[in-house]
Design a protein around this ligand. Structure first.
Ligand SMILES: Nc1nc2c(ncn2[C@@H]2O[C@H](COP(=O)(O)OP(=O)(O)OP(=O)(O)O)[C@@H](O)[C@H]2O)c(=O)[nH]1
Ligand SMILES: [Mg+2]
Length: 390
């Protein structure tokens, strides 16, 4: 029986970092692990990053997990039959909610003889949570993206507080206690995907023997056993149903860019990490100046000397480097993914300018970058302003 671990959580919360660190930790204990990334568009930094450290990586692009459920089921069957994996970690897109009803429960219903589905795990960035909480405490109207963030927490079976290295032990303990009180039917854990602290407990939680989990789809924490397989778990828990209009509004505010292009040195070699840092610094400054909210902007440059990978997870924040190539290089293949609350054409302009600025500063030439952002069809004309996480 194969185990599926579904990871949800807001943009930039650390899902991919968690998935890679956890996969490596599991492999060390002899497990065969595969990972699956998912996005509305193709060309993912996350897939590049995962392929840099893991053998079994699949990308389900072109639609949310709920729309790709048959493909996910086929992937699981293949991984099982070909003995490629006994654990599959799946990352949902950061703007996805309602996974419990659209992915987890159908898998538990229909594939229970083949798949054990681990608790739906929402990766929580404590700084992002604090920003939404502060805005609520100031009695600001809840932005639709804040609503989406909240829904991811509501439906999770495990709230996994990540990035504890940024907040320290005392704040972590307080946050754990608060989430346990606010979400009494969910489990709460804390860890750091980058330092590895607490990661072992997270992995243990996912893979603990839980023979009851697949016996009945409603055998879940907080849900009385014996309800029919199609009962709505949220209704049973007394939670309001998902407001699909707000969910669609939230998604439609985000300009979404997946762009791939080639970069070559204008001189003998260029520094791909420094080049990438300039691209992201430019976009971060631009977002701060214009008041646009960054969900996540990430950039990977695949070079002969290794991968350069950087992220910005907040408006105006400095780019953080996750991977650095060993030396300057003659060329690289760049993948840029940006999720920003602004009009798509505005993001396209900013990306063009950012690339031009980096090319000029680092004696490089980018070829074939034609930014073409999109957003889901449900349009809002006034993107809402959100508080930065800082
Ligand atoms: N300090 C710190 N940074 C982290 C941790 N986990 C992730 N990050 C950083 O947060 C940024 C975003 O991490 P990702 O793993 O790409 O986040 P994600 O949730 O997969 O992002 P999307 O797929 O875009 O929604 C990266 O720069 C990571 O290095 C952590 O435990 N501590
Ligand atoms: Mg990711």
């Amino acid at each position: 029986m194969i185990t599926l671990v579904p990871l949800s959580g807001f943009l930039g919360s650390g899902k991919t970092t968690t998935l890679i660190s956890a996969a490596i930790a599991m492999q060390r204990t002899g497990r065969r692990v595969a990972v699956v990334t998912n996005d509305p568009g193709a060309g993912l930094v996350d897939t590049n990053l995962a392929r840099g450290g893991l053998d079994e990586v699949a990308e389900l692009a072109g639609g949310c997990l709920c729309r790709r459920l048959p493909d996910l089921a086929a992937l699981l069957a293949d991984a099982d039959t070909a003995k490629k994996a006994d654990v599959v970690l799946v990352e949902a897109s950061g703007s996805c909610a309602d996974l419990r009803n659209t992915v987890v429960r159908p898998l538990r219903d229909r594939y229970r003889d083949r798949v054990t589905v681990a608790p739906l795990t929402a990766v929580v960035d404590p700084l992002r949570l604090a920003a939404f909480t502060r805005a609520a405490e100031r009695c600001e109207p809840e932005p639709d993206l804040g609503y989406l963030f909240g829904r991811q927490l509501v439906e999770a079976e495990l709230l996994a507080i990540n990035k504890t290295d940024l907040i320290g032990d005392e704040r972590t303990a307080k946050l754990e206690a608060r989430l346990a009180a606010d979400y009494p039917t969910s489990a709460v854990l804390s860890y750091s995907a980058t330092t590895g602290a607490g990661l072992e407990a997270l992995v243990r939680f996912w893979t603990r023997p839980n023979p009851a989990a697949n016996e009945h789809p409603n055998n879940e924490p907080g849900v009385p056993a014996g309800l029919g397989p199609h009962a709505d778990v949220r209704a049973v828990r007394g939670e309001p149903k998902l407001d699909f209009t707000r969910y669609a509004d939230a998604e439609s505010q985000v300009a979404w860019l997946n762009e791939a292009f080639r970069v070559t040195a204008s001189g003998p070699a260029f520094d791909a990490l420094a080049w990438g840092r300039t691209v992201l610094r430019y976009l971060s400054d631009w977002s701060a100046a214009a008041g646009y909210y960054i969900g996540h902007i990430k950039l990977a440059v695949r070079t002969p000397a290794g991968l350069a990978k950087l992220s910005v997870t907040d408006t105006g924040a400095p780019p953080l480097a996750d991977r650095a190539p060993a030396r300057p290089v003659e060329y690289g293949y760049a993948t840029l993914n940006a999720r920003v609350v602004c009009p798509p054409s505005t993001l396209d302009d900013a990306v063009r300018e950012a690339i031009a600025a980096a090319d000029k500063a680092h004696r490089a030439t980018s070829h074939g970058a034609r930014p073409s952002s999109f957003r889901s069809a449900h349009r809002r004309h006034q993107p809402q302003r959100l508080a930065a996480t800082g």
